[in-house]
Design a protein around this ligand. Sequence first.
Ligand SMILES: C[S@@+](CC[C@H](N)C(=O)[O-])C[C@H]1O[C@@H](n2cnc3c(N)ncnc32)[C@H](O)[C@@H]1O
Length: 266
Amino acid sequence: MTSPIVQIQGDIDIDIDEDFNPFTMILPQDGKDNDANHATPQHQQQELYFLQSINSNIVIRQLPSQGLSFQLWPAATILVTLLDNTNGLSTPLSDLFKRQENGDSLPLRILELGSGTGIVGIVAAAVLGAKVTVTDLPHVLPNIQFNVDANSQVLEQQNGVVDIAALSWGESQDMEAVGRDYDLILGSDVVYHDHLYDPLIKTLRFFLLGGGKKIAFVMAHLRRWKKESVFFKRAKKLFDVQVIHTEPPSNGSRIGVVVYLFTGKR
Ligand SMILES: C[S@@+](CC[C@H](N)C(=O)[O-])C[C@H]1O[C@@H](n2cnc3c(N)ncnc32)[C@H](O)[C@@H]1O
């Protein structure tokens, strides 16, 4: 089915389909989300995702009525598939997932920004046997904890560990608290509101430019707004930004998810 395209004021260019409507998903309810623990069953959506690389299912709870932080965004789904497909491949992305700068015996350490439901971090931990710190705004964490707990058995079987921490972009205290001891940073669909561009860049600056060690940021992104080029222009002043994967458009969209690799300019 072809999605209608809506254009507003020549500045905004949005794809709308039935499952994903940025008018309802992006905006006011975020930050005013209700307590995730009070969700009634009819507002819950639990889905199983089969991970072929480990022959296991993971289960993820979404709470669509609670706001955009409680829903699975398209870029997360692509990142999950790419994580699951890395086994045996050698691509720029799979090489990053395999990188073990800290020695073969130690797990890859990953930080995820703006985790939402936590699916990407949970899958990364399970598929890569990684130690992942998933982060988001404080009110989002109870649902992430629910999802981590729901997958504890698979995580244990795969030697994956998921820690959860509050990290509001740009907040020095939060960034200091999680530290810089990571091999890789992940993010999916974290570029959307323009007022978040600078806090996100400040966060990337802290992790990618602030320490002695070279850390890469892998960002899966579905472009919806022309103004997002502002984020990329600002980011490119500080970071080398490479496209490492382009997903073909799906569901009648004109654009697909693109995966970028950000590294600090040397
Ligand atoms: C569009 S959602 C994407 C969620 C998830 N990564 C996914 O792809 O399904 C953006 C995420 O960024 C988080 N976020 C928004 N503003 C933030 C901020 N200032 N600091 C940290 N996280 C923030 C939201 O809570 C939300 O989980």
